[in-house]
Design a protein around this ligand. Sequence first.
Ligand code: SF4
Ligand code: SF4
Length: 156
Amino acid sequence: MDALTAFIDRTNIAMAKADDIVDARASLERLRCLINDVWSRRDESSSSGGGVIVPWFAGVARQEIDWGPTIDPEKCVSCGLCLNCGKDVFDWVDGKSTVARRDDCVVGCMTCGNLCQGHAITFPSLDELRKAYRDNHVWKHVKAAMIKAGKIPAQS
Ligand code: SF4
Ligand code: SF4
């Protein structure tokens, strides 16, 4: 094998490994979204027996919560990663990603923003979200549900 052929072989191997890393990151993002989704759908009537209540179902409609991604089209480099969102929030339009179903975004999730190659995705203020939790006594409801589910001792 001559030097050029060996170089090309090494380059191909390196590119294949890079592709594997990108695939692994995308899979991790999908897994996290799926976990968030399953978590958000559990409630007190769950047949799983967990008895877990999810914050925003403690009396607050999802549509009333200002949470979801915003894309700066100037920064989007069309990497496509956000289209891997497990909640199917984005559509691909004219070579760029667009937010199509904002209210389907899992409240508090920022995975696509964390992994966006162009740093193009932003979210509302976490401080505002935490204030909404506080104003709606969400933490109190969740803790009560955790105690009821036996996940936290009653005296905690
Ligand atoms: S992850 Fe970011 S850069 Fe990639 S397509 Fe989505 S918005 Fe654009
Ligand atoms: S933050 Fe929302 S839109 Fe982004 S990956 Fe998570 S659920 Fe999907």
